[in-house]
Design a protein around this ligand. Structure first.
Ligand code: ATP
Ligand code: MG
Length: 316
């Protein structure tokens, strides 16, 4: 796959420069972005953007593929261990590549812990349950702790400097910045052999910035756009994408469970596998697959330890 913008018919030096400066450095980033957004960010006229996008689609042969081609692609899928056999089991063998996995839970349930654990295990070779690649970690809440990476790596007899050196961390300061970082992934994932992308948390900036009913539609539209970019990224580069999400309580609901994942339908539809994490008794955590195209609705207990994530000593 060539990402060279100037290889597109009709895109010369000048246009390529505008695209790069506007945050669209690769053909992939053009394919997955709405034309209106590209036009606004680059100053290139809307009609020209449409032409560039058509050329980009042709360059990548975006369209029909045979089921055999799809099957071959699915066979390249890898699974990353969480450190807990039981949790891996309910995920069908670990966190999948070519998919978007969403970890949902209240504060302190272990979402960030699981993300940091995966940032270590993703670096293991596939025969040891890893993805054999590096990690890009977008931290929106300032909770990524390098000390914890060192602790997990040391406890697993891995070289902590080497592990830490292969995790590229970016702190996103607002939703717009988060979006720019997501766009940038289309360049840095292939350049840095990234096999796992984490966005922890996907939604907190959006919830904090777009407050009230009047802003809900715009918030959901933006969220949707970035989620789809992440799916495209997972599929295009055969990588795992893990995002975290919070829960919200609906006080107006009298029947059933009033606790829901935040982000509404947009989040529910975009994510391939949704995993809800809750606190169990005696410090355990219970994870449950609540929505997936082929994984059954099952739950597994795990614990958070010095080694990261592990199985509970005995079944609870
Ligand atoms: P939030 O929604 O606030 O981001 P979260 O789901 O990301 O919450 P984490 O930060 O992943 O929650 O989990 C924090 C919990 O992890 C702590 O309450 C603690 O129980 C556990 N924990 C953190 N570090 C360790 C460690 N080194 N050993 C054992 N348990 C740990
Ligand atoms: Mg967290």
């Amino acid at each position: 796959m060539s990402s060279d913008l100037e290889s597109l018919p009709g895109v010369g030096k000048e246009l390529a420069k505008k695209l790069v400066n506007g945050g669209y450095p690769t053909i992939e980033s053009i394919i997955v972005s709405p034309p209106k957004e590209i036009s606004e960010n680059t100053g290139i006229g809307f009609d020209t953007v449409l032409k560039i996008q058509n050329a980009a689609h042709e360059a990548f042969n975006v369209g029909f593929k045979t089921a055999l081609e799809f099957y071959e692609r699915r066979r390249q899928m890898l699974r990353c261990t969480t450190g807990s056999k039981r949790l891996d089991e309910i995920l069908g063998g670990g966190v999948e590549t070519q998919a978007l996995t969403e970890l949902i839970g209240e504060y302190g349930t272990g979402k960030t812990q699981l993300c940091m654990m995966l940032a270590v295990t993703a670096q293991l070779p596939p025969e040891e349950g890893g993805l054999g690649g590096n990690v890009a970690f977008i931290d929106t809440e300032g909770t990524f702790m390098p000390e914890r990476i060192y602790q997990i790596a040391e406890a697993r007899s891995l070289d902590p400097n080497k592990i830490a050196n292969n995790i590229l961390v970016a702190r996103a300061y607002n939703s717009n910045h988060q979006g720019l970082l997501i766009n940038h992934l289309f360049t840095m994932v292939p350049e840095n052999n990234v096999k796992l992308v984490v966005v922890d948390s996907m939604i907190s900036h959006f919830r904090g910035e777009y407050i009230g009913r009047d802003n809900l539609a715009e918030r959901q539209q933006k969220l949707n756009m970035y989620l789809h970019k992440l799916i495209r990224l997972a599929e295009a580069y055969n990588i795992a994408v893990v995002i975290t999400n919070q829960v919200q309580t609906n006080p107006a609901q009298y029947f059933g469970n009033p606790i829901h994942p935040a982000g509404g339908n947009v989040m529910a539809h975009a994510c391939t596998h949704r995993v809800m994490i809750k606190k169990g008794s005696q410090g355990t955590r219970v994870a449950r697959v609540i929505d997936s195209p082929y994984l059954p609705d099952k739950q597994a207990y795990f614990i958070i330890t010095e080694k990261g994530i592990e199985d509970t000593p005995e079944k609870k």
